[in-house]
Design a protein around this ligand. Structure first.
Ligand code: FE2
Ligand code: FE2
Length: 134
């Protein structure tokens, strides 16, 4: 079952940012159909990937002294907090959270891409800053 289809409205830079976001979306789509041990394993991978995705953006923001850094980081942190909380519940036997989490994070992500990540990408372009992977 598909949680979020990659399409034009998610495209920002046809580069590093989009590549990371495509992976993020692929995780959400897998998460939506898993339960139990499989969901737990996927959540561990997804959380690690998301820490590195957000860490990458933080590195770019710090390099440029991007003004709304703290606002952007706050959004990242609250999403990670929710994912870690759900991971704990799944570990404790509440296995039915995959689809709920995937849908909630997908909703958040579409808004985040349209606002925070788009603004960051524009700022990087304006400053001639070429973002790189970790
Ligand atoms: Fe992002
Ligand atoms: Fe972001």
């Amino acid at each position: 079952m598909s949680i979020l289809n990659w399409s034009e409205h998610l495209v920002i830079d046809d580069g590093v940012m989009d590549a990371t976001h495509r992976e993020f979306v692929a995780y959400l789509n897998r998460m939506g159909s898993l339960e139990g041990e499989e969901l737990l394993a996927l959540l561990d991978e997804f959380i690690a990937h998301t820490e590195s995705h957000f860490g990458q953006e933080l590195r770019w923001m710090e390099a440029l002294e991007f003004p709304p850094t703290s606002c952007h980081v706050d959004e990242h942190n609250s999403v990670l907090e929710i994912c870690r909380e759900v991971r704990k519940r799944v570990e404790n036997g509440d296995t039915g959270f995959g689809e709920i989490l995937a849908r909630a994070v997908a909703q958040w992500f579409e808004k985040h891409v349209a606002s925070m990540d788009t603004v960051l990408s524009m700022f990087m372009k304006e400053h001639g800053y070429v973002p790189t992977h970790h």
